[in-house]
Design a protein around this ligand. Structure first.
Ligand SMILES: [Zn+2]
Length: 87
């Protein structure tokens, strides 16, 4: 039994899912039939592939950790540290 094609265009979220191979079959059919969505989806997949390569060829160990450290949001409790009663 083949899924019923869905006439709606894919949302950006769905295109991302498709690029990750996670799009439900019913929506996957739409990509096969809609050139517009296929172009958008291929573009997204290419982008993901390039990102994956960047990650794989990251020059230094700990690259992700350093990036995450830069974007780290200060803990809300930080400025309000009070003396620990156990200390
Ligand atoms: Zn479409």
């Amino acid at each position: 039994m083949s899924p019923t094609p869905d006439p709606r265009h894919l949302t950006p979220d769905e295109i991302e899912l498709w690029a990750q191979g996670l799009l439900p079959a019913a929506r996957d059919v739409h990509i096969g039939e809609c050139a517009e969505c296929r172009v958008a989806a291929e573009r997204e997949r290419k982008l993901l592939r390039e990102l994956a390569q960047l990650t794989r060829f990251a020059p230094e160990f700990g690259f992700v950790e350093r990036v995450m450290a830069k974007v780290k949001i200060p803990a809300p409790s930080g400025p309000h540290l009070r003396p620990d009663s156990d200390a």
